[in-house]
Design a protein around this ligand. Structure first.
Ligand code: EZ4
Ligand code: CO
Length: 409
């Protein structure tokens, strides 16, 4: 088999997505997701200008060789743009291989290790009644694990809080990227957040009882000692995990957090290679790996990363916000089903326009996801629909403290 074409498709139903479609001389084609929120066109250019010409004529079955070729022949290693582009190629090649085999991709990864994939959804509210209502809506939708984000008195706009229910009244999901020429400015105060959050979890436990798995995302805003304090303060409420408690470029900082708290820690949605986790995993400083298949070099690299984590009893918690396309989500689900050290899968549901462009065979029922039994990934791109939604410039927000200093968002 030979690759005859590779096309980069940028489309914006609900939000921007970058998709790579690889076509072969045997009529089989595959899809890969290269969406990098707020930096989509850089990945599209990296692919179209520098990767597509290298793919033409290659044997699509040589996935490991193609991965190593793209990683090493560029000379410049790692980085979110490069690794998203490699991921798009890698996932498209796995899609092709599984279609050629006539099997859903998870079968090629070793077959199912479980019946379904536990997913968590994003509940949020500006105050407790709104938060409780959001949690109840997620329970009605079938979620059995729930991330809790809340406004903080004295802060105008907090990450993860839907400002208001969506127009159709059905979805509370929070979409942080905004279609605008410039990024929105938000404000932040870590001490106010640390004072407020434990009371919120106490109230949620009081209302919903001890069993419901609850998660929380600190979104990189604390110093190590602040993160240690929050982890300790949340211990009575038995969190499933506390995510991104510090910006983790400095992996050693997690030693300090770990010394002080038994709240499980999840890190890595902004990471893109196994090297970003080397200390975190080897010293067992985290409990869950948050990488996205889309941002970490695809199935090939994620499998190795999660196998490494498994040696230390660290589990998967694959990133699954709406900025991962249905193609990237399907890739995550096949991996989730196959690996032994699965933990949980993030699942923010996409909107109707996105589901029209990307036809999916994966399903969500009773809190569990399943990738379906279609050969390959099980996602088809409707190119006519995609063409109706041209690219819109969109940015993630940024934070300033009260004195004007830029802070982590
Ligand atoms: O802010 O994917 O855990 N989920 C998250 C996400 C990220 C967005 C950034 O593009 O932190 O909502
Ligand atoms: Co996060």
């Amino acid at each position: 088999m030979k690759i005859t074409a590779a096309d980069v498709i940028v489309t914006s139903p609900d939000r921007n997505f970058v998709t790579l479609r690889i076509t072969t001389d045997e009529g089989i084609s595959g899809l890969g997701d290269g969406t990098l929120n707020g930096r989509e066109l850089s990945v599209a250019s990296y692919l179209a200008d520098h990767v597509v010409p290298l793919l033409i004529g290659r044997d699509p079955h040589r996935i490991e060789d193609t991965w190593q070729f793209l990683y090493r022949s560029a000379y410049w290693r790692r980085g979110p743009v490069t690794m998203a582009a490699i991921a798009a190629v890698d996932v498209a090649l796995w899609d092709i291989k599984a279609k050629a085999a006539g099997m859903p991709l998870y079968q090629l990864l070793g077959g199912a290790s479980r019946n379904g994939i536990m997913a968590y959804g994003h509940a949020s509210g500006r105050d407790l009644p709104e938060l409780f209502d959001s949690i109840r809506r997620h329970l009605e939708l079938g979620y059995r694990s729930i991330r809790v984000q809340t406004s903080v008195p004295g802060i105008n706009a907090v990450y993860g809080v839907a400002a208001q229910p969506s127009v159709d009244g059905k979805r509370y999901d929070y979409e942080p990227a905004q279609r605008a020429a410039l990024p929105a400015e938000e404000d932040w105060d870590t001490r106010a957040y640390l004072r407020h959050l434990p009371g919120v979890f106490e109230a949620v436990r009081g209302e919903f009882g001890p069993e419901l798995p609850l998660l929380h995302d600190g979104h990189h805003r604390m110093t190590p000692i602040q993160a240690a304090k929050l982890g300790k303060a949340l211990e009575p409420y038995d969190l499933f995990w506390l995510e991104d408690c510090t910006p983790a470029e400095n992996q050693e900082a997690l030693r300090l957090v770990r010394q002080h708290t038994t709240t499980p820690l999840a890190i890595g949605e902004v990471f893109n290679t196994v090297w970003d986790y080397q200390t975190l995993i080897r010293e067992q400083l985290i409990d869950y790996v948050r990488s996205a298949v889309t941002h970490t070099g695809g199935i090939t690299a994620m499998r190795k990363l999660l196998d490494y984590a498994a040696q230390y009893q660290i589990k998967s918690g694959i990133h699954g916000p709406t900025d991962i396309s249905p193609v990237g989500m399907a890739a995550a689900l096949h991996l989730d089903l196959a690996i032994h050290n699965f933990g949980i899968q993030e699942y923010m549901q996409h909107g109707a326009a996105t589901n029209e462009v990307f036809r999916q065979s994966f399903a969500f029922a009773d809190g569990y996801l399943h990738p379906g039994e279609s050969p390959g990934l099980g996602v088809e791109l409707d190119e006519e629909a995609a063409a109706r939604f041209p690219y819109h410039a969109a940015y993630l927000p940024f934070n300033r403290l009260k004195d004007g200093t830029i802070h982590d968002w």
